[in-house]
Design a protein around this ligand. Structure first.
Ligand code: AMP
Ligand code: ZN
Length: 472
């Protein structure tokens, strides 16, 4: 079944084509690890998870890279504000990021390279740009000259006469109105503290944009199939990535570009000043289930803004309940008999509808509508004659098959394991006896098993795939 996607650069739906048949090399901009990821970030990561799982469902072999920005303006600023070394800022945020993606059932990608481990590759690319005449030195920094790259602005649709040529910007992030020559390498200043690398251009640190050009080149090659991110990445980040990579290599860089629209909270932009920035932990602490949150984050077409409200979570819960009725009925089915033609036919039609909706630029609303229709149809059939065991198995197989894409239908074991509860109680008594080091080791061991503990005045809060629980 051909897959069509909305390509940001071409501004239309196009057939998805890969360089090597059946294989997809995909690059995804990852988190800047100065503060815990918000559910806004997770909206984009869930879109990318849906995309990855759909590609696999359609039979592609996927190789995906998600970078982790552990050095940039924001991380350095946070280190300065808190007086901590950079890695003390980034390490716990990275750990929390992986905990959150596992809880949200976001599939791990093949590579998560850290920026700080790849400065050498970035320096190499900057040297190439200096040699090709696309970059120049000013004081202790190196800048990309946007006028040296006539295609600059094509991705974001920006007019070249709006560009302030030869005027420089040092910040990693800036608005379209401020498009200028951007920093590839930032010469060391006192604000950088002990963050810096020696390079042929002197001591300094890379700009943010060069990171993704260097990492995609290293892990995927100079030309690859698909690049994704949130819409805020289009300008300047992705525009700058294209300029750097194409200018340095002469190759066409990513063949396709896809971007997801933003998550809003109660109709407003998520921002710290409005106090409506939520992390996954915040939402779980409010009693929401990860399953419902995954549903909410996935169920709106990725190019539409997603309005996150309590009501949206309640709707997700009722939708899941309705979908669960079919799996429950299938589980309870008993008695002999072949799968009736009517049921077999409905399953086949639903599979086709589900698949064809996803191949239409990940039309998740239609894909889910096909499942709801199946639930109604099977319930009607059951109303007349109960499901037999073979029919139950066919439905469960079908459910597990489509759940390879959705990842929220068949919930992982939700009962809380007794042995884990025992371990947590044992840890509580260790803490009562002030044996904190041993208690911390217990906590780390449990985290590896997917049970994340937080000590509160009410008791130990445990967050795991199945929900949240307090143990006293
Ligand atoms: P950052 O950690 O800010 O570099 O962002 C990581 C990813 O999250 C990028 O792909 C952003 O485009 C995306 N992102 C940031 N804020 C939002 C939001 N409110 N809604 C959806 N995606 C977002
Ligand atoms: Zn990036």
């Amino acid at each position: 079944m051909p897959f069509s996607i909305y390509d940001t650069r071409q501004r239309r739906k196009v057939p998805f084509e890969t360089i090597e048949p059946g294989k997809v090399k995909m690059y995804t901009c990852g988190p800047t690890v100065y503060k815990d990821a918000t559910i806004g970030n997770f909206r984009t990561y869930i879109f990318e998870d849906l995309l990855r799982r759909t590609l696999k469902y359609l039979g592609y072999q996927v190789m995906q890279v998600m970078n982790i920005t552990d050095v940039d303006d924001k991380t350095i600023n946070e280190a300065k504000l808190t007086g901590k070394p950079l890695n003390e800022i980034t390490k716990p945020v990275i750990e929390q990021f992986f905990r959150d993606i596992d809880l949200l059932n976001i599939e791990r990608v093949e590579y998560y390279p850290l920026a700080t481990q790849h400065v050498h590759e970035m320096i190499e690319l900057i040297e190439k740009l200096l040699r090709s005449g696309n970059a120049y030195r000013m004081d202790d920094s190196i800048y990309f000259s946007i006028t040296s790259f006539p295609e600059y602005g094509k991705l974001s649709g920006m007019k070249l006469n709006k560009l302030k040529c030869g005027v420089r910007i040092d910040a990693d992030e800036y608005e379209k109105d401020d498009s200028r020559d951007f920093a590839l390498w930032k010469g060391w200043t006192e604000d950088d503290g002990d963050v810096g690398w020696d390079s042929p251009f002197g001591r300094g640190r890379p700009g943010w944009h060069i990171e993704c050009s260097a990492l995609s080149r290293k892990y995927l090659g100079e030309e690859f199939d698909l690049h994704t991110g949130g819409v805020d990445n289009i300008f300047p980040h992705h525009e700058n990535e294209i300029a750097q990579s194409v200018a340095a290599t002469g190759k066409s860089y990513a063949q396709h570009w896809m971007h997801s629209a933003h998550l809003m909270v109660d109709g407003e932009k998520m921002s710290k000043s409005l106090g409506n920035v939520f992390t996954l932990t915040d939402l779980l602490n409010k009693g929401n289930s990860v399953r419902a949150l995954r549903y909410v984050l996935m169920a709106t077409y990725y190019r539409h803004q997603l309005n996150f409200t309590n009501e949206a979570v309640s709707v997700a819960n009722s939708s899941l309940k309705r979908l669960d009725t079919l799996y429950q009925a299938a589980k309870l089915a008993s008695g002999s008999g072949a799968v009736r033609y009517l049921i077999q036919e409905k399953l086949e039609i639903t599979r086709d509808d589900f698949k064809s909706s996803l191949t239409d630029d990940l039309n998740i609303s239609e894909a889910l509508a096909a499942l709801f229709k199946l639930v109604t149809n099977v319930h009607q059939a059951i109303g007349e004659t109960a499901l037999n065991r073979n029919e139950g198995i066919a439905i469960m197989d079908f459910w597990m098959d489509v759940d390879r894409v959705l990842g929220f239908l068949v919930s992982k074991e939700t009962a809380f394991p007794d042995d884990i509860a025992l371990l947590i109680r044992e840890r509580i008594s260790l803490r009562c006896n002030r044996m904190f080091e041993k208690a911390d080791r217990f906590r780390d061991e449990l985290a590896k098993k997917g049970f994340h503990l937080e000590d509160t005045s009410d008791g130990t809060v445990v967050i795991w795939q199945g929900g949240r629980k307090i143990i006293k």
